[in-house]
Write a protein that binds this ligand. Structure first.
Ligand SMILES: Nc1nc2c(ncn2[C@@H]2O[C@H](COP(=O)(O)OP(=O)(O)OP(=O)(O)O)[C@@H](O)[C@H]2O)c(=O)[nH]1
Ligand SMILES: [Zn+2]
Length: 205
């Protein structure tokens, strides 16, 4: 079982649950046979176990507690301008095909007496993206977690992703990007939302 630190909701993801690994691996051994492969050939001998570990890693967000992650680093501060963390890499798996979708998340909030340790925002993105997801729910869950924990004046989340289920199979559109967004509070205001959108499209150079 992944080992949990009760204090901050983090989980050591280098520890695998051996019982689950064995079970998942045995399912994958059958899947290999079902697709016409020979699971006993040399190159595939360790594949079921590798896939089981990869899958456990790719879904380790279920073991994380994003609200606690945020609560572990909240600081009283009178800063009341927009805080934006942009270009956060996202790697998730679509719940319909178990294929990856990946891209970037941009997150902003307007503090209301408290700020949060900056690294905790990408950690929240990780906690929700390392699960089976649809992009819309991922977007809303990140927004809700920040709103519920930090109680800021507003939260904004924009996610842009490519879905492999739309490029390497199915409709096979290689370049389509899906954008989702979710806002609360002050971001209902058109000017505030426009400032956020300007900041996430601005470049540092
Ligand atoms: N809204 C939403 N849809 C998604 C996401 N990821 C995958 N999908 C879609 O989920 C849908 C599942 O539709 P189905 O018709 O049941 O599955 P399918 O026959 O494999 O569909 P195709 O992909 O069109 O071949 C597809 O349209 C996918 O593009 C996501 O994050 N959000
Ligand atoms: Zn899909």
């Amino acid at each position: 079982m992944a080992e949990e630190n009760e204090l901050d909701g983090y989980v050591k993801i280098d520890r695998y649950n051996p019982v689950k690994i064995e079970r998942i691996a045995s399912h994958y051994s059958e899947i290999l046979s079902d697709i016409g492969e020979d699971p006993s050939r040399e190159g595939l001998l360790k594949t079921p176990e590798r896939v089981a570990k990869a899958l456990q890693y790719l879904t380790h967000g279920y073991d994380l507690k994003p609200h606690e992650i945020l609560r572990s680093a909240m600081f009283k501060e009178e800063y009341s301008q927009m805080v934006v963390v942009k270009d956060i890499e996202v790697y998730s798996m679509c719940e319909h095909h178990l294929l990856p979708f990946f891209g970037k998340a941009h997150v902003a909030y307007i503090p209301n007496g408290h700020i949060v340790g900056l690294s905790k925002i990408p950690r929240v993105v990780e906690a929700y993206s390392r699960r089976l997801q649809v992009q819309e729910r991922l977007t809303n869950e990140i927004r809700d977690c920040i709103q519920e924990t930090l109680n800021p004046l507003g939260v904004a989340v924009v996610i842009e992703c490519k879905h492999l289920c739309m490029s390497m199979r199915g409709i096979q559109k290689q370049n389509s990007v899906t954008t989702t967004s979710a806002f609360t509070g002050a971001f209902a205001n058109e000017r505030t939302r426009a400032e956020f959108l300007r900041l996430i499209t601005a470049s540092l150079d």
